[in-house]
Design a protein around this ligand. Structure first.
Ligand SMILES: Cc1cc2nc3c(=O)[nH]c(=O)nc-3n(C[C@H](O)[C@H](O)[C@H](O)COP(=O)(O)O)c2cc1C
Length: 311
């Protein structure tokens, strides 16, 4: 997730049992141009199975971006054909590629031809309700050699509105024999089980619900294996994870940018804090420019179990 799944978050999620994590989406042309920030966002030190997601609409640069990511240590490349943002779809990348399956297929071919590692593809159900062509894109991608598909159960026109249609993902599952990952609105082990049941998918992907709770992915994986949800990590583990994540962002991006980037995570970690003064402390947490104060606030706000139903 752009602006979210930085290396700090991915490392913590994997330590707590996530099977796979995916980098923020990298604009292929920026990445190929040597953009320093794109390189930071695509880095994977300490990630066991490092997946780099790339986006673009020109086969040459997309293939070159994949080749560079492989040379920099990626174990897998994911191509983005799901991003609804106008800035991306306006350039005929992201979900806009679902309106041009010939170009989408050429992009897939270029990336697969550029690397030796597996390549996966992320998509939506289609551009809008009248063009739900995910199964057709899936079939074409499989024929080109795509190793795994992730389907967000919404159309591009929906952006993030409404509810993800898990049953519609089944049409993709039935169209191909490679692994299919279902995505959209999974917030709990109960959701994950229902999603697998409705879609027939092989795995689930969790996005927004893991912000401030990177351990959620591993917890859900455990619950799907054992049939019961593990308890939340204790206060010490949560405090350590949040402080480590914060420090990683400051060291990656420098103080000014790191602080800005950290805010959504800090707010997420503090969500549901049972501290009697939580609202005021949380407001201070996301505005403070003093790292020592931020770390102290995280320790205070995460000292108690989160209020039930808010974590
Ligand atoms: C802030 C934000 C950034 C996102 N960035 C990406 C991205 O870079 N690549 C991608 O494939 N999906 C991205 N997504 C979409 C998510 O991966 C996911 O498909 C979507 O949020 C639905 O899943 P969820 O309900 O579990 O969050 C982003 C979503 C959000 C809210």
């Amino acid at each position: 997730m752009a602006g979210v799944t930085d290396i700090g978050m991915r490392r913590i999620a994997m330590r707590f049992g996530a099977a796979l994590t995916v980098s923020e989406m990298l604009d292929a042309e920026f990445y190929v141009s040597g953009d320093r920030e794109a390189a930071i966002r695509g880095a994977g030190e300490g990630i066991t199975l490092h997946i780099v997601q790339i986006a673009g609409c020109a086969p040459g640069p997309l293939g070159e971006a994949a080749r560079l990511a492989e040379a920099a240590g990626a174990a897998m490349i994911d191509i983005n054909m799901g991003c609804p943002a106008k800035r991306v779809t306006g350039g005929v990348a992201g979900a806009a590629l679902m309106r041009d399956l010939d170009l989408a297929t050429r992009l897939v071919r270029s990336v697969i031809g550029a690397v030796k590692i597996p390549v996966s593809l992320k998509m939506r159900l289609g551009w809008d309700e009248s063009t739900m062509n995910a199964p057709e894109l899936a079939r074409r991608a499989e024929a080109e050699g795509i190793a795994m598909l992730t389907v967000h159960g919404r159309t591009r026109s929906q952006f993030y509105r409404g509810k993800a249609d898990w049953a519609a993902i089944r049409n993709v599952r039935q169209a191909v024999s490679i692994s299919v990952v279902a995505n959209g609105d999974c917030t709990s082990a109960v959701d994950a089980a229902a999603m697998l049941e409705a879609s027939g998918a092989d795995a689930v992907m969790i996005g927004r619900a893991a912000v401030g709770r990177p351990w959620l992915v591993g917890q859900i994986a455990d619950a799907l294996t054992d049939g019961r949800m593990p308890s939340e990590p204790d206060a010490t583990l949560r405090q350590e994870a949040a402080r480590e994540h914060y420090k990683t962002l400051l060291s990656l991006f420098g103080k000014e940018k790191g602080l800005r980037h950290a805010r959504k995570h800090l707010d997420g970690y503090a969500r549901g804090s049972a501290h009697p003064n939580a609202a005021a402390l949380r407001a201070r947490l996301v505005t403070s420019e003093n790292p020592t104060e931020v770390e102290a606030l995280l320790t205070t706000l995460l000292a108690t179990e989160p209020v039930a139903g808010t974590a």
